[in-house]
Write a protein that binds this ligand. Structure first.
Ligand code: PLP
Length: 396
């Protein structure tokens, strides 16, 4: 039995506010804390446990791999890394995969690849047009690429070379293009901003614009990739193919796995340009391979769309009942606009009642459950949330 005292967490560096709980066990859509309390988990490691907690396919894959080979070194090939890259390439528009350990690192790689390509093909152009409220990670370059207002003056000086425009504003992009521009980088759906999709027409127009201007189109699919939107990759919703695509979050089924992927014509790294000690180790790519094989099972993505539609219906019902705003997003990346700033209070009350939710903005709730959750679990979530909303609405 784990005991929590006032000093339990003293050795951990503080970077955010967390409840005085220790999570000790997870299975599927359920998570248990050190007191034995059980929670229905609609956060799932921040949209990371795409098959839920401790999915048997992933647990078995890493158990078997752990008995064969943990890490031969990044200077040598290993089998799961090759097999997973093959599956990604066979099932997407990209031709090559570079593994990373986090979404931020994958995006750093995308920025480096675009700058390298600009050096070769665009007489040294290096500027990347990115989106206001976009989120690309927490390294210095990816923070600079992000459009989070709270980061505007943090950790100065910024990495230069990023120009911000509003999402879905094509004219703003056209006006931002200069001879120094090399790429446009965005999320097909802005996740951390609160689930704001790029419009299909806008994405098609960006693709045409980048073709005409000789620029690269980079999709940050760290959140929208790996089945989250109901298709294997988010770009397949609009049919607009990027030149560079980054993946992360769900890719390792809970383990730290991410990737920088690109079309052949863009792959211009030379020896020494890119690398990493832990990148593409067999123990982690074995987990990714198990995830990918599961997502590719014929019934898997149709079921994601089915449960996604079911969740959307329930959120629309809540919105109608309480006079909230729109339901945003696709597949199982959905947000409910509450219409009032009660998101934080609802998240706290939900946790007390055994439900883990996220409020990316004070007036929205985001839902990022396991992709294999059941409609019964959706019903269970609503059964906890609805009375809490009733209470919150009556209180005002
Ligand atoms: C989470 C996220 C990142 C950062 O990934 P980390 O693994 O936390 O570095 C980057 N881009 C998007 C779109 C994300 O959702």
């Amino acid at each position: 039995m784990v005991e929590v005292t006032p000093s339990t967490f003293n050795a951990l560096m503080r970077f955010t506010t967390r409840p005085d709980l220790i999570f000790v066990r997870g299975r599927g859509s359920w998570l248990w804390d050190h007191t034995g309390k059980k929670y229905l988990d609609f956060i799932q490691g921040w949209a990371v446990n795409c098959l839920g907690h401790c999915p048997p396919a992933v647990v078995e894959a890493i158990r078997r791999q752990s008995e064969e080979l943990l890490n031969p070194s990044p200077a040598f090939y290993n089998l799961p890394a090759i097999q997973l890259a093959d599956l990604i390439v066979q099932n997407s528009c990209v031709d090559r995969v570079f593994y990373a350990n986090s979404g931020a690192e994958a995006n750093e790689g995308a920025i480096k690849l675009a700058r390298k390509w600009g050096g070769i093909h665009r007489s040294g152009a290096y500027e990347i047009i990115t989106m206001d409220h976009g989120f690309h990670g927490r390294t210095l370059a990816t923070m600079s690429a992000s459009g989070k207002p709270q980061w505007e003056n943090l950790f100065e000086p910024k990495v230069t070379g990023f120009v911000k425009v509003d999402l879905n504003d094509l004219t703003a992009v056209k006006q931002a293009i200069t001879p120094k521009t090399v790429a446009i980088m965005l999320e097909p759906i802005q996740g951390e901003a609160g689930v704001f999709p790029a419009e299909d027409d806008y994405l098609h127009a960006l693709r045409q614009l980048t073709h005409e201007a000789g620029l690269l189109l980079i999709f940050d699919e760290v959140q929208t990739g790996m089945g989250r939107t109901g298709t294997l990759f988010g770009y397949q919703q609009s049919g607009v193919e990027p030149d560079i695509m980054t993946l992360g979050k769900g890719m390792g089924g809970g383990l730290p796995l991410a990737a920088l992927t690109a079309k052949e014509a863009v792959c211009c790294f030379e020896p020494g340009d890119q690398g990493g000690t832990f990148n593409g180790t067999p123990i982690i790519t074995a987990a990714g391979l198990a995830v990918m094989k599961t997502l590719l099972e014929p019934d898997f993505l149709p079921q994601v769309r089915h449960v996604g539609d079911y969740l959307r219906e329930k959120l629309l019902y809540l919105s109608q009942r309480f006079g909230c705003g729109e339901v945003r997003g696709k597949g199982l990346l959905l947000a409910l606009n509450l219409g009032r700033p009660v998101g934080g209070a609802l998240v706290t009350a939900a946790m007390e009642n055994g439900l883990l939710l996220n409020a990316p903005r004070p007036e929205s709730l985001r839902f990022m459950p396991a992709l294999n959750l059941t409609t019964e679990e959706v019903d269970h979530m609503v059964a906890i949330l609805e009375p809490l909303m009733e209470k919150a609405w009556n209180a005002v």
